[in-house]
Write a protein of this length. Structure first.
Length: 171
C-alpha cells in the first residue's frame, strides 16, 4: 500500500492469540463466519453445489451473506483462497484481501478493502461505513477467539432504524 490515506482503500490490522488455522476457518467456512460475524452465509462452488458448513471456500465460489440487524444481503465471489493464510473476495462494490501471518507467538490479521469507488455515496457508505464496521468486527473476532464472547448486538432488533449501521457501534 502506498503511504498516505485515500478513499479508494483502507487497511485494518489486529493481532490475534489463536491458531492460524482456526482464524482462517472463521473466515473461509460457513460454520466459521457465522460463529462470530454473520446471521447466515452460503457458499456455492463453481459447479453450483452448496458447500458443506465446514468446507473451506475455493477460488471461483460465490457467496451470499446476511447479518443480524440488517435485512439486506451481500453477494459476491471468492477471488482467491489458498486454504491457509490468504483470502480475497469481492465485497460491497469493492474487494477485500485478508492475510494472516504468524508473528511473535500471535497471528497478525491484515484486512485491506480496496478498489472502492470514490463517489460521495461510496465515500460515506463503503469507505466510512466499512472502515468503521471492520474495526468493530475485528475486535469482535478477537473477543470471540480469545475470550469466547461475542460483542455484536443480537438482543435488540435494530432493523427498522435506517441509520443503525452508522450510529450503533456493535452491529
Amino acid at each position: 500500500m502506498e503511504s498516505g490515506l485515500s478513499f479508494d482503500r483502507f487497511v485494518k490490522k489486529i493481532y490475534l492469540n489463536a491458531p492460524l488455522e482456526r482464524i482462517y476457518y472463521c473466515w473461509a467456512t460457513e460454520a466459521g463466519i457465522t460463529s462470530w460475524f454473520l446471521r447466515s452465509a452460503e457458499y456455492t462452488n463453481k459447479d453450483g453445489h452448496k458447500r458443506d458448513a465446514s468446507e473451506l471456500v475455493e477460488e471461483g465460489d460465490v457467496y451470499r451473506w446476511q447479518w443480524h440487524n440488517w435485512e439486506g444481503e451481500e453477494k459476491g465471489s471468492i477471488l482467491g483462497a489458498n486454504g491457509k493464510d490468504n483470502l480475497e473476495l469481492t465485497f460491497s462494490n469493492s474487494k477485500i484481501s485478508l492475510r494472516l501471518a504468524e508473528k511473535k507467538g500471535a497471528v497478525l490479521l491484515t484486512l485491506e478493502q480496496y478498489d472502492i469507488p470514490t463517489d460521495e455515496s461510496s465515500k460515506m457508505n463503503i469507505y466510512n461505513g466499512c472502515s468503521n464496521g471492520w474495526t468493530f468486527w475485528l475486535a469482535n473476532l478477537k473477543a470471540y477467539l480469545e475470550h469466547g464472547i461475542l460483542l455484536n448486538e443480537t438482543s435488540f432488533d435494530l432493523t427498522n432504524d435506517p441509520l443503525a449501521g452508522h450510529i450503533y457501534v456493535n452491529i
